[in-house]
Write a protein of this length. Sequence first.
Length: 282
Amino acid sequence: NATTGIGLLSLSISRLGPIRDFGVFATIGTFIFFIVAIVGIPAMLRLSGVRPSAEWKREASPLWGHLAELTCRHRNAIVLIAIALGLSTGFGLQWLKLEVKVGRYFPEHSRLVQDARFLEDNVGGTSSFDLLVHFGEDYSEKKFFLERMELIREIEEAVRQHPSISGAVSLADFQPVHLRPESREPRQIRMNYAVRSRRTEEETKTDELASSAEYLAIPKDPGFVWTHDAPLDETWRITTQTHMSADLDYAAVMRDLSGILRDKTQNSTGLWFSVTGAVPFF
């Protein structure tokens, strides 16, 4: 119980609230049970008045007696052998590798693998990476909403070219394409673009906020009403799919996706990103 409690206590350092709370409360419960087991149960037996039988009975088989005598006689050798086995086992941990490829957990003929392969062949990948692109307030003030959306679209198109990616989707897929006019274009065209960008941003962040929340996140303070005069940070989400049955190195795919994001964002001030999916959920 003590070692179990220590293992559960390690969960309390997680940055995820539910996991951290589970680790704390599970540790408390484990140590309470440990105290009850070593103190409460013996105390109850003592106070119950139950007395052990005073009659001694000889074991029918002498095997256990001989085994106990052998253990006592060679106790030092047994301890040394146990220590050597423990150290050799611990030394082998350096070759221990974690496996996160779900497709290897089940046989090829299992219903789960067959259904997953059917979905991948006819619909799309069943494992996913999430690319999170965060636009800070400073960046949002300098770039139009449609420009930020176009950057998301460019990242998405570049990600689709990766050989391990079977598909990608973002909020930009549900919006029409509007490229920013060149500076030499007539002033009226540039003004129309600015108005269209403001209108699209307003609709997305107010009227369509609930439907776009899966792919666009903005701070939601109680009582706050979004306006163009009070720009907020934005986090755009691009979901990519991979084949569960493919023999992929998820860490390598994450590095490739991070490289694509780095090339497209070019370390712009007020813009940063992250990639999730090294351990696929299934």
